[in-house]
Design a protein around this ligand. Structure first.
Ligand code: ADP
Length: 158
């Protein structure tokens, strides 16, 4: 399972999804309801954008969750949590989460996939910031996300 806030889904997330599919036959993308911060997009929109981005992948299921990740994993029968690691700055938080999740659900293993070099700088928050200032985000997010952000911030896609 690939958990995250996906506010919104980016090409970096999709890269991790695709690479996870080379390791596992089935993947559940878990969109977190309570993201611990104000989200730009509603849970429904975040889920819809993720669904749209993986519509061509029959092995992928998208679901939302709130509460403990290990409980969500159990509900789906998932035994592996897949996370992307971009830089050392991701490490401390991810390390802490992995330790906690192991304590809460020892049967669920956390696996880290290194971000592809062209996406190491990419985050949902950076995408939102660039879009808000009218910058070009082509290629950094799926086309539907690009359209949503353009609509939100009034940048017309030509
Ligand atoms: P963010 O950290 O951008 O707010 P999420 O909370 O949705 O994104 O993160 C979900 C997962 O996706 C995390 O494991 C995060 O490290 C990973 N991730 C996010 N952006 C990238 C990227 N550009 N490359 C690889 N992994 C990423």
């Amino acid at each position: 399972m690939c958990p995250g806030s996906f506010d919104p889904i980016t090409s970096g997330h999709l890269d991790i999804v695709e690479r996870a599919l080379s390791l596992f036959d089935r993947l559940v993308i878990g969109v977190a309801d309570d993201v611990g911060k104000e989200s730009l997009f509603s849970l429904e929109t975040r889920v819809a954008l993720v669904r749209g981005a993986v519509a061509d992948k029959a092995e992928v299921t998208v679901d939302s969750f709130s509460g403990l990740l290990v409980e969500f994993a159990r509900r789906h029968g998932a035994t592996v949590i897949v996370k992307g690691l971009r830089a050392v700055s991701d490490f401390e938080h991810e390390w802490q989460m992995a330790q906690f999740n192991r304590r809460l659900g020892p049967e669920v293993e956390t696996v880290f996939i290194m971000a592809s070099h062209q996406y190491t700088f990419l985050s949902s928050s950076l995408v939102k910031e660039i879009a808000a200032y009218g910058g070009d985000i082509e290629g950094l997010v799926p086309i539907q996300v690009e359209k949503e952000l353009s609509q939100l911030y009034g940048r017309q896609k030509s």
